[in-house]
Design a protein around this ligand. Structure first.
Ligand code: FE
Length: 179
């Protein structure tokens, strides 16, 4: 047997849970079920026909995981990503005005740093929902690169807090998603 080989001692017995405590400084896990909410109040409006649902707002590493929902030819305005984005389409179809490919339910998308794009949902799509992991900032620009605003994990947290305060879920509803 080679050094480092894993020996599965549980092969002929029931699986056994890890028996030691987790590191005392480890953060707690997040389990969101259902991730696609039943309660409409959980969706945070972002622009006309555009809303997001927080899943993990990682202020310690500067990224966020969220579901983005866009309805009826809604547009997520032009923005630049200085860091990587990963996306997985759960429902519907969308494309970027800057690319000729279409993302549809089941598609995975990797967006490298430097991507600057405008998300568009075709008119025949009632609703699209995509899971996005966004790192760092979304740097909003006009079509010529002039800055028009930004979003980061802290503005996302603030938007959630404001919305949940106003709709009765409470300012601390967002806390369960923050790590
Ligand atoms: Fe983007």
């Amino acid at each position: 047997m080679l050094k480092g080989d894993y020996v599965d001692k549980s092969r002929n017995s029931p699986p056994m849970a890890y028996q030691l405590p987790f590191p005392p400084d480890a953060l707690s896990e997040i389990v969101v079920n259902p991730a696609i909410p039943v309660d409409e109040r959980v969706w945070v409006p972002q622009a006309e026909n555009v809303a997001f649902r927080p899943l993990c707002l990682n202020r310690s590493q500067g990224y966020w995981m969220n579901l983005l929902r866009v309805r009826k030819s809604g547009v997520l305005s032009c923005h630049r990503h200085p860091q990587t984005v990963h996306g997985f389409v759960l429902k519907g179809r969308w494309r970027y005005l800057e690319h000729d490919w279409m993302a549809e339910a089941g598609s995975y998308v990797f967006e490298p740093p430097g991507e600057t794009h405008t998300l568009y949902v075709p008119e025949d799509v009632e609703e699209m929902i995509t899971l996005f992991q966004v790192n760092g900032v979304m740097y909003y620009t006009d079509p010529y690169g002039n800055n028009t605003g930004y979003e980061d994990v802290f503005t996302k947290i603030e938007m959630c807090r404001k919305h949940y305060t106003e709709n009765g879920l409470g300012a601390d509803y967002v806390d369960q998603f923050i790590r």
